[in-house]
Write a protein that binds this ligand. Structure first.
Ligand SMILES: Cc1ncc(COP(=O)(O)O)c(C=O)c1O
Length: 460
């Protein structure tokens, strides 16, 4: 996940690292289950799994054992020189957990790389079939698909895109199905799913002969904080893709491996993507890894044409593969997808109770253990707070003070609007959720007091 700079905290520089500008963060010491401790001994409840990654929680002994055992054998062997057992076993288990038409796996090191692999595989497929014009990839607005230049071309989140616009490929966009803040200013169901039908309009404008694929998150992640489309949305866009000979790519980087209460987010709607990207939950943060899964015939065409013209040096290395394999086994053996499905409604119910208590919570949304709450200055009009107040960032800082980790983002095209995501490890139980809610309640109470001060300052 690409981070926007937060400017608060002390300016002292601990090292040359500059992930965040001007912020000194606590130094992490260790993790166990849903908790992380810093070097001062302070404990944090990880209610956002880092950034939606630590799905099996921290410090899992089975994963540690698998990684150590693999490291004692070999950590790296180059994929064009050797097959390696963990990578093959990982691909085997991943395909067993995926729909039967997605049987081919290409391993990479991150979510952005997984998305770019899908983009390039889709493009090379049409190229190999002689349809050399089919190159453009349509995506949604707002959306987050990664930070590298290809994935950034599909991302629509103003502050992340703006500096790099001259370097990215201009890709067509359609409005995301974000009903709380409809980009088309319509209301469901009288909108008649205009956002989904916009895909037809854009295809007409660009020409199906020029389009390789349409890419979508199944449920809005960082850009909308868990916005779930109405049930009609996915079948409509799938049908439009089929009719126009356009591949459907689903970006499961954030949602995949159980986060939403199904192994993949798209399974809630029974659609059949042609390619998918996974990462984050695939290794639950224990190693950098991602994957692109594709239809057999797509890969066959590309392989016959001379092979996929793409790859990364460290991809599919034995250590990351053995680690991810152990993570997937934990997800299966501990029934974590089922747990996300069971715990999700309880989390939503608790968050809705907080919405009743705090008038600045405009919306509670999400599915499974992917939840978002949106802060507004007026529940009825949905008026956002002034951008410069950075209410999501402030609430996140206050939560940290209470030992709670949550994740802030902007909801209105990455420019303004504040939401925070709650996406705890999938191992969480009701007691853990109750603890999140207690800490969040304290956080929101502090946020309410801070908002009052801001209003008073503004009025003065
Ligand atoms: C839906 C989605 N796709 C792609 C990415 C990029 O993944 P990474 O940060 O691992 O490159 C992210 C990261 O948050 C994401 O949420």
């Amino acid at each position: 996940m690409l981070e926007l700079p937060h400017s608060s905290g002390d300016q002292e520089q601990a090292s040359g690292l500059f992930y965040q500008s001007g912020v000194t963060l606590p130094t992490v010491a260790r993790g166990e289950g849903i908790y992380i401790w810093d070097t001062s001994g302070k404990r944090y409840l990880d209610a956002c799994s880092g950034s939606f990654a630590a799905n099996i929680g921290h410090g899992n002994r089975r994963v540690q054992k698998a990684a150590i055992e693999q490291m004692q054998k070999i950590s790296f062997a180059y994929r064009t020189q050797f097959e390696n057992e963990p990578a093959n076993a990982l691909a085997q288990l991943l395909t067993e957990l995926s729909p039967p038409h997605l049987r081919r796996v290409f391993l990479v090191n991150s979510g952005s790389e997984a998305v770019e692999s899908c983009m390039k595989l889709a493009r090379q497929y049409w190229w190999a079939r002689g349809l050399t014009q089919k190159a453009k990839i349509i995506s949604r607005r707002p959306a987050y698909h990664g930070a590298t230049l290809g994935a950034l071309s599909l991302t629509s989140y103003h502050d992340l895109n703006a500096p790099f616009e001259p370097l990215t490929v201009q890709s067509p966009k359609i409005s995301a199905p974000f009903c709380y803040r409809c980009p088309l200013s319509k209301t469901y169901p009288s909108c008649k799913m205009a956002c989904a039908h916009e895909l037809k309009q854009v295809i007409r404008e660009v020409g199906a002969e020029n389009i390789a694929a349409f890419v979508t998150e199944p449920i809005g992640g960082a850009s909308t904080g868990g916005a779930v489309a109405p049930d009609e949305w996915f079948p409509i866009v799938e049908d439009i893709c089929r009719r126009h000979n356009i591949l459907l790519i689903v970006d499961e980087v954030l949602t995949g491996c159980g986060r939403t209460g199904a192994f993949y987010g798209f399974e809630h709607w029974g659609v059949k993507p042609d390619l998918i990207a996974v990462a984050k939950g695939l290794s639950a943060g224990y190693a950098p890894i991602g994957a692109c899964l594709a239809r057999n015939d797509i890969v066959d065409v590309v392989v016959k044409s001379g092979g996929f013209m793409h790859g990364h040096t460290l991809a599919g290395n034995p250590l990351s593969s053995a680690t991810a394999l152990a993570v997937l086994k934990v997800i299966v053996e501990d029934k974590l997808v089922e747990n996300a499905r069971k715990m999700g409604p309880y989390l939503q119910e608790c968050l809705r109770a907080l919405q009743v208590k705090y008038s600045f919570i405009g919306d509670v949304r999400g599915r499974g253990l992917l939840a978002g709450i949106e802060f507004v200055s007026n529940q009825k009009t949905k008026e956002p707070f002034p951008k410069e107040w950075n209410v999501g960032g402030k609430a996140t800082a206050l939560a940290r003070g209470h030992g709670l980790l949550i994740y802030p983002r902007r909801s209105i095209m990455g420019v303004s609007g504040d939401h925070v995501s709650l996406s705890p490890p999938l191992i969480i139980d009701k007691i853990g959720i109750d603890e999140i809610i207690t800490l969040l309640d304290k956080t929101l109470s502090d946020t309410a007091a801070w908002l009052q001060q801001q209003h008073a300052k503004n009025a003065a």
